[in-house]
Design a protein. Structure first.
Length: 416
RNA sequence: GUGGGUAUCGUCAAGUGGUUAAGACCCAGGGUUGUGGCUCCUGUAUACGAGGGUUCGAAUCCCUCUACCCACCCCA
């Protein structure tokens, strides 16, 4: 019996890996332009980090974490998201003594025990950025601007930015009560999931897909109408900043984040072209997370972007990612002596920094040429008796089919 | 966790109770003695997801399980 990769995980082969390299490089590059620096944190964390950070009544913590006891009897969890670990590291190493705000980015695998479907895996990868240390809405706008630019630079046309404000704990609690009051008389008519949401997260009922629930929800109070003065001012400010950046967005009161730490700004970059899991990037502000983790009262804002989803959207958008295959030379040989020289030559040229390919399957000259062709090599050097006697190699241009001779000494220069 | 769909060589894909289980692609070798891409020939393969039934006989019918895909939930 063959052993398969665990459910919800994917192997990524060279035929795909170059695409990952492409987006990873582009992401690192845009982060650099915006002044974000890479941070690397462990894949495992103490379970308590997520219980406190993400919130122990959230779906993620309640039923999606890969948690286990290690041999030292510690409860360890594979990180299900990127923000809490970075916040933890920031506090642990007192990075707030550095010039503020702190701006980080990361490129990490995350783990959630879920039932896999299109755009959703148990091991998935995300790009993320975080800004710690400023309450100014310029930071929120900057985070969205980076996401917007990156998505555009990846050639994606059909993703739109939706924003909302989910208030701060005080105005949100007031709003939740208002919402419950409104829904209370209609409670019996709600679907079973929404009945459960009534206590836990009534805001979710607003975008339930059930038509019956949609009916009940008509005329319900909207979070945006209950923002406190500070949150209201903040929301106006983010919108103004986005306008200044000339970034188009729509206000979507239905956006509710599933992680407890979010406050005020919440946003998503969404598409409907890759199936039901259309959120390519989601994020927002979290003014109390760092305090919750035992740090000083330092606010933050950031996003997480699903790399698998990003790649999916790029594909449906018809984005062609170039395959980097720059082999400088394929060395084909005939005979034992030819092989010895070819080996020596390839070694020297590789040390010089050239990309050199050879056959290692004892193919005859015809087979070697065929192999080189299959590998998409543009130039082939041929070393046989004839060439050896002249101290030169024949160079065949695989595109035009023409052939010239170059001496051993001149080969390096020829390749440049 | 709840639904729906699908499972035949690495890939695509014939086959609907009796076949040595097609074919194509891929991969490997070759078409006279040192040259690719086209074409022709040959070859390789633990292919009927697993386990039980029914039947003289099952890839084809029934049951159970598993995996994958999709949707709900939730989210990246």
């Amino acid at each position: 019996m063959v052993i398969l990769a665990p459910k919800g995980t994917k192997d990524i082969f060279p035929q795909q890996v170059y695409k990952w390299h492409y987006v990873e490089k582009a992401f690192a590059e845009i982060c650099d332009r915006y002044g974000f620096k890479e941070v690397r944190t462990p894949v495992i964390e103490h379970t308590e980090l997520f219980q406190r950070g993400v919130g122990d009544t959230t779906d993620i913590v309640e039923k999606q974490m890969y948690t286990f006891m290690d041999y030292g009897n510690r409860s360890i969890t594979l990180r299900p998201e990127g923000t809490s670990p970075v916040a933890r590291a920031f506090v642990e190493h007192k990075q707030y003594v550095e010039v503020q705000p702190s701006k980080y980015y990361y490129d990490i695998p995350c783990f959630r025990y879920e039932k896999p479907q299109s755009g959703r895996l148990r091991e998935f990868h995300q790009f993320g950025i975080e800004i710690f240390g400023t309450t100014n809405m310029m930071a929120d706008a900057e985070v969205m601007a980076l996401g917007f630019d990156f998505i555009n630079e990846m050639g994606i046309k059909d993703v739109e930015l939706r924003i909302n404000s989910i208030g701060c704990p005080s105005c949100r609690n007031i709003y939740r009560e208002k919402l419950r009051e409104f829904l209370n008389p209609k409670y019996e008519k709600l679907c079973s999931t929404c009945k459960a949401r009534y206590e836990k997260n009534p805001m979710r009922i607003l975008d339930c897909k059930s038509e019956i629930c949609q009916e009940q929800v008509k005329g319900a109070p909207v979070m945006l109408d209950y923002l406190c003065e500070e949150c209201e001012a903040a929301f106006i400010s983010v919108k103004n900043n986005l306008d200044s950046y000339e970034i188009p967005f729509t206000v979507d009161p239905g956006i509710v984040r599933g992680l407890d730490y979010y406050t005020k700004t919440a946003f998503e970059f969404v598409t409907n072209s890759i199936g039901a899991q259309g959120t390519v990037c989601g994020g927002g502000r979290y003014d109390y997370l760092i305090e919750e983790l035992g740090g000083p009262p330092i606010p933050g804002v950031g996003f997480g972007m699903g790399i698998e989803r990003l790649l999916l959207v790029m594909e449906v958008n018809g984005v062609i990612i170039p395959e980097p295959s720059e082999t400088d030379l394929f060395i084909a040989f005939i005979g034992e002596e030819g092989r010895d020289v070819a080996l020596k030559l390839s070694h020297e040229l590789r040390k010089e920094g050239f990309s050199i390919l050879m056959d290692t399957m004892s193919r005859n000259i015809k087979g070697q040429l065929k192999y080189a062709d299959r590998l998409n090599v543009k130039r082939v050097a041929i070393i046989g008796e004839e060439e050896l006697s002249q101290n030169e190699v024949s160079i065949k241009d695989m595109v035009t089919g023409t052939q010239t001779k170059v001496s051993f000494e001149m080969l390096k220069d020829y390749l440049k």
